[in-house]
Design a protein. Structure first.
Length: 204
């Protein structure tokens, strides 16, 4: 069987019925951006606007993400943006564990195919997939290793819109990202937490 590529995964996601979110979505949101991106941003799940348009981070939080990218000389075409679950949970509730587990194979394949220099988790839910026992407020802005990848947790842009006091930390962390990309030699902390939960490693 041929190796899946990003287009194959996109098509699989758009027709996926592996969890109950398929019955309430308008459109699935596989992700978008460069297949050779150095930075891969991972949010929690699509919201209202994303569900309507089938694209990630197109609402107010996405507009802030665009500004933050521009602040380090990048735009959407330079990076890859996706979510933990590819379909919107009703009323923007948190995804259920079974939904996260059902969807994890798509994200794992995207990570494997893109093989970015840095996985950037946006917010506590995305970070919690990789390090479930840590808090984002303590972990943010410090790179660490996960499964052979460099992972960099930062606040979710929506959190900074909700609480503007978080915005300076987000801006600071984007400058750190810039330095990491430029130095090509990210200072990586020792791996902590539970890096290889069973659902993190499930593939197709
Ligand atoms: S959330 Fe993921 S597993 Fe569930 S239906 Fe959508 S693509 Fe499939």
């Amino acid at each position: 069987m041929a190796e899946p590529d990003l287009t194959t995964i996109d098509n699989q996601v758009r027709s996926c019925t592996k969890c109950a979110l398929s019955s309430t979505r308008t459109q699935a949101v596989p992700g978008e951006g460069s297949p050779t991106a150095d930075l891969m941003f991972i949010g929690e799940g699509p919201g209202f606007h994303e569900d309507r348009q089938g694209r990630p981070f197109v609402g107010p939080a996405g507009q802030l993400l665009d500004k933050l990218l521009a602040s380090i000389g990048l735009n959407r075409a330079d990076v890859y943006i996706t979510n933990m679950v590819k379909c919107r949970p009703p009323e923007n509730r948190d995804p259920h564990p079974g939904e996260l587990a059902a969807c994890s194979g798509y994200l794992n394949e995207q990570i494997r195919l893109i093989s970015p220099k840095v996985l950037v988790t946006l917010g506590r839910h995305s970070f919690g997939k990789f390090f479930p026992n840590e808090t984002i407020s303590k972990a943010r802005g410090r790179p660490r290793k996960w499964n052979g990848n460099t992972l960099f947790p930062i606040y979710h842009p929506a959190a900074a819109l909700h609480n503007p006091r978080l915005k300076p930390a987000l801006e600071e962390d984007f400058q750190k990202l810039k330095s990491m990309l430029e130095s090509n030699d990210a200072p990586v902390e020792e791996q902590k937490g539970s890096p290889e939960e069973p659902n993190q490693l499930s593939l197709f």
